[in-house]
Design a protein. Structure first.
Ligand code: EPZ
Length: 420
């Protein structure tokens, strides 16, 4: 079993560059199935989730070329319309391939997507199936597989009863080549959605309103390919900024987009954390003697992202006073706080969505298992500020979303090694 081993308490500083956004890159890959000529992707992060999506793209008949800085994706003339369980069971985002399949061939067969332990048990996909049904898709579930079919996707008016990032992106993709004009309401507004819409429009789609709650898509007959550069990963940026705060480090974060982190940076200002920002960098400067406790509530973008809740929870174990963390999006995302308690944190779980943290408490290293991507990186942050040694196994869950994370953290002073 490969592990990360961290010796805590080492001084952190210097400069770290941010990679391309995982949650845009793994949508650009299925979206390339919509284009009838090559899509050239730059700044794609070299992470497990992207590798899985590229494997799935090839399994469906697509071709993938790596040329140094670029990944060139070419869709097949005939697309395979079955998502193999070996891929779909590993990757929740495999569901993003269904909309392009329906748009290109009118057919899709797939299992319930697996791969992500957060959320209630098996994460629901009702927003996807209801959305496709609104576009005239017949849906049957038999022998453990969803069977979807339609002669031609039809435009629809669709209201998301729950704000969903991938639900919004999926319906946006499906509507690009549907007959007529589709209106999507109560959409998610993440920057990755705006970036995907911009790319699809560069390919010839007619999407307006991405980044607002209402998106309108006028169907076109086909999409060409276009070059696209993946936007900086705001979650990696926020994770590094929170690591710096937890370690009281003077750290410069480069190749990022500070404007995508208003929620975190505004809270930092309220807490008295001093930093400067430029067009593509954040310089963490100094911290109050006593980092104050803060009551956090996660919220869809532009609110505080659920994907930064776990790192922020680690920071609150070092804050002075009582903090309430209210995770509004997922039922199980706070379960990892058990491990922080084992490291010495004082955390009480009130219900599946809320914990109360009494700080500050010194943390001591432990052997831990990473349950999900963001909890995993949070354990690295905890290990980096704890006394003694922390071992983290199941690091696939971390390498899914953070490219060469041990190498990059070592370069800013974290004593972390990858060992068999
Ligand atoms: C995206 O997941 C991100 N993943 C998640 O990041 C992120 O945490 C999440 O959005 C929220 O911001 C990708 O973009 C690949 P949702 P997504 O659909 O779209 C419920 C990470 O760590 N729901 O917005 O799958 C669902 O249960 C990952 O990078 C339904 O009820 O999340 C949840 O409570 C983790 N029915 C809520 O919506 C559905 O059909 C929001 O989930 C779909 C979702």
């Amino acid at each position: 079993m490969i592990k990360f081993i961290i010796q805590g308490g080492k001084p952190i500083g210097g400069e770290i560059a941010v990679g391309g956004a995982k949650n845009e890159a793994i949508k650009l890959i299925p979206a390339a199935l919509l284009s009838n000529s090559p899509v050239i992707v730059r700044n794609m992060p070299d992470i497990e989730d992207c590798k899985r999506c590229l494997e799935l793209f090839q399994d469906l008949g697509g071709t993938v070329e790596h040329t140094g800085e670029e990944v060139i994706l070419t869709a097949p003339a005939e697309i395979k319309t079955t998502l193999e369980p070996k891929f779909a069971n590993k990757l929740r985002a495999s569901i993003m391939f269904v909309a392009p399949m329906l748009a290109r061939s009118g057919k899709a067969v797939f299992p319930h997507p697996g791969g992500c332990v957060i959320g209630a048990g098996i994460r629901p996909i009702d927003l996807f199936t209801d959305g496709f049904a609104s576009m005239g898709v017949d849906i049957d579930f038999s022998d453990g597989l969803y069977h979807l079919s339609t002669k031609k996707l039809k435009a629809c008016n669709y209201f998301f009863t729950t704000v969903s990032v991938t639900g919004t992106e999926s319906m946006m993709m499906a509507a690009t080549m549907a007959e007529g004009t589709t209106t999507l309401k109560n959409c998610a507004m993440e920057p990755e959605i705006q970036a995907l819409a911009e790319h699809l429009n560069n390919c010839g789609a007619r999407i307006t309103g991405a980044g607002t709650p209402t998106i309108t898509i006028e169907g076109v007959t086909g999409l060409a390919g276009a070059p696209v550069s993946v936007i900086p990963d705001r979650l990696e940026t926020g994770t590094f900024a929170i690591l710096a705060a937890a370690a009281r480090a003077k750290l410069k974060i480069t190749r990022c987009h500070p404007g995508h982190l208003d929620s975190l940076l505004t809270i930092f200002k309220k807490m008295g954390i001093i930093f400067e920002t430029g067009p593509d960098w954040i310089q963490m400067i100094s911290y109050p003697e006593k980092i104050p406790a803060y009551n956090l509530k996660t919220h869809e973008y532009p609110g505080f992202p659920t994907d930064l809740q776990s790192p922020f929870t680690v920071l609150m174990t070092q804050a002075h006073g009582t903090s309430l963390i209210h995770e509004t999006i997922y039922e199980r995302r706070l379960l990892f706080t058990d491990m922080l308690t084992q490291m010495g944190a004082n955390i009480t779980m009130c219900d599946p969505h809320r914990v109360v943290i009494q700080g500050p408490t010194p943390l001591h290293g432990r052997s831990l298992t990473s349950p999900d991507l963001r909890a995993g990186i949070s354990m690295i942050i905890a290990g980096a500020i704890a006394s003694g040694k922390t071992e983290i196994d199941n690091i696939y869950q971390i390498e899914r979303g953070y490219e060469q994370i041990d190498t990059r953290l070592r370069a800013i002073g974290v004593d972390i090694v990858r060992s068999e």
